[in-house]
Ligand binder design. Sequence first.
Ligand SMILES: Cc1cc2nc3c(=O)[nH]c(=O)nc-3n(C[C@H](O)[C@H](O)[C@H](O)COP(=O)(O)OP(=O)(O)OC[C@H]3O[C@@H](n4cnc5c(N)ncnc54)[C@H](O)[C@@H]3O)c2cc1C
Length: 441
Amino acid sequence: GGGVGGLSLALTLARYPDISVTIYEAAKNFTEVGAGVGLWPRALKVLDKLGLRQEVVNLVGGLDPDKPAHVFHYRKSNEHRGLSFYDLVSPGGLLRFHRADFQKALLSHLPPSHSAHTSKRLASYTQPSSPCQPITLTFADGTTATCDLLVGADGLRSSTRAGIVRELVRSGRVESEELAAPIWSGEVAYRALIPMEEIRASHPQHRCITTPSQVFPPPASLFCTQSLKCKCACYVLTYPIQHGTHLNFVAFQRRPELEGTTFPGPWMAEVEPGSSEWKEPYRGWDEEVQQLLEVAPAPLRWAIHTAPPLPTWVSGRVTILGDAAHAMAPHEGSGAGQAIEDAYILGTLLGHALTTLDTLPAALGVYDRVRRPFAELVQRKSRENGMLFTFQRHDVCDNSPATLADLAYSVRTNWEWAWSTSVDGDVERAVRMLESEVGGR
Ligand SMILES: Cc1cc2nc3c(=O)[nH]c(=O)nc-3n(C[C@H](O)[C@H](O)[C@H](O)COP(=O)(O)OP(=O)(O)OC[C@H]3O[C@@H](n4cnc5c(N)ncnc54)[C@H](O)[C@@H]3O)c2cc1C
């Protein structure tokens, strides 16, 4: 897969010329959805190590992972102007890109020695137990290829994950192949890019022009729509991207009681131009939210799915990373960042002088033991942020400073890992584990 995870692994492996890399991407071209993506300092430091500092600076205008920076302004959408209650500031802040620009930056660093094939959708693989015999990949177009190691960076509906789970069922480590399938979180996200010019023209003082914001529901807004026939908890996220020329707009709607059920429709769909049903739950929200709903083009509707935790991400010489391993709710802005971290640690272990075909299972085991618990922790925290943002943990009708301060504190604490920890310690630990496991062989 040639998404952020697969490309980050390819770039990490570019540092080891003795490893030959082939990327198989299902899509016709390397493309990304037209939306924004945010990265925290942990992932940015990895990009820096991979030589992408200048690209990142070009995209966002600066990169100082230690300098305090404004992340989000928080308000409840009460009455006319909303009730502001918090500004999150953190070292390095959250850097935001257009996804396609970011993918282009990654692609521009692929070395010519890597080969990349598009329109190649992996359907399945078979792996003999002997490391001397290659893994065989079978693609949806009926063609095959071979490799010594398969890393599935093939996203939410990963074929590689399905293959691993099948092998785990066969070996008795998991009970059911159902574990391969993503779970609907009970949430949908409506995503649109709004040209900032349009907002400036109609509402020149709109706060979204300069201030990234998360807007939480007003009192008594756990909304009951005709079509949803149920309580729907919502929030809105906005931030400028592409040097302020566009606003990344995401309107979340969640129905906690539907988590784990089947989403009734395509997981990604374009909303019909002119349709206003998706705006209904925000009726009665403050005027700046109404203004954005007026100018927003027909959004993409995204049903948010997550990947249930597995007992391991490894089977023999096959492993997974990114969404294939730990697809998470987007409320910590961390799925892509975690994919980058997976890629960097896995790539570093694969490039280690002690990793050979014989010791590959040990290297993959270390990757699994270091990365899986951390990514699963972030996955749980992402879900928790979704609960906090939609008043599943606090009383939406309580506007008291004490309650809002507690909400702000909970959000900050639940997110603190993103700026107060670094991936370096995990890399060192992984390398030490590998050396102690295979160093004496
Ligand atoms: C609304 C929303 C907002 C988000 N915001 C953020 C954010 O701000 N910050 C953040 O860090 N994360 C965010 N995320 C999460 C982030 O988008 C994902 O975690 C990230 O894209 C995962 O990268 P990946 O490379 O693992 O998978 P993907 O990006 O899905 O890439 C997988 C690639 O594999 C290809 N592929 C799929 N199947 C096959 C196959 N069988 N064979 C070959 N190729 C295949 C696909 O075409 C694709 O190119 C958000 C997600 C959503 C839904």
